[in-house]
Design a protein around this ligand. Sequence first.
Ligand SMILES: Cc1cc2nc3c(=O)[nH]c(=O)nc-3n(C[C@H](O)[C@H](O)[C@H](O)COP(=O)(O)OP(=O)(O)OC[C@H]3O[C@@H](n4cnc5c(N)ncnc54)[C@H](O)[C@@H]3O)c2cc1C
Length: 217
Amino acid sequence: MSEAFTPNERTRVVREPHRGVYDRESIYKILDEGFVCHVGFAVEGQPYVIPTMYARVGEAIYFHGSGASRMLRGVSSGIAVCVTVTLVDGLVLARSVFNHSMNYRSVVALGKAVLVDVPGEKVEALRAFTEKILPGRWEEARQPSEKELKATSILRLALTEVSAKMRTGPVEDDAEDYALKVWAGIVPLRMVADAAIRDERCDAGIAVPEYVAEWRR
Ligand SMILES: Cc1cc2nc3c(=O)[nH]c(=O)nc-3n(C[C@H](O)[C@H](O)[C@H](O)COP(=O)(O)OP(=O)(O)OC[C@H]3O[C@@H](n4cnc5c(N)ncnc54)[C@H](O)[C@@H]3O)c2cc1C
């Protein structure tokens, strides 16, 4: 398999093309770091963009399909979607309002999402979701029952038409604005996990598992 996605007329970054990224490693890293994707699809001309959790497994991403799956009933060929994942890394405070920005890494994936109906694949997708929430969780929590599996809609999008875009680095101001007496710089942002809070109905005799206590982001 090639190490980069080949951009086509739908996925080539046109605006600020130097920020376009197509190599699999960078794209998978963004997908694996993100927690939420936004799934865009159109129904009778009305676009919907629904946030949901997801997980990447190999060359595909899986996401919960409660919204999109309604439209998918009986449509075995799938539904056209645009899935985006966004990580915000910093606030870019320029000297001019016009040049304010954010440092970010984002992925856009296009294609047809299909309903996963093979039970084994559904279980694998649920395992990937659970392990994405917190590695180690799948083995401790109760596994899904047949009834729960049936009630869960999962969609798979093969990763074929994919692009990433990244902004990194300092403020970029217009040459004449560097002389302005305005503070300028970057405010880095990151997602952090605070100490875990025990559920009030969780037996105090159950120790916080290591994979929870020691998890850092
Ligand atoms: C946190 C954040 C803040 C942003 N703020 C602004 C803003 O204020 N103003 C602004 O103009 N833009 C902003 N962007 C960039 C924005 O996402 C678009 O890239 C930009 O608006 C150009 O859109 P376009 O459809 O004209 O791009 P085009 O370059 O025409 O898009 C062509 C193709 O490039 C790919 N592509 C485009 N954008 C992205 C992306 N972000 N990630 C992955 N693939 C992409 C897609 O496959 C798309 O179909 C921001 C992005 C992020 C993540």
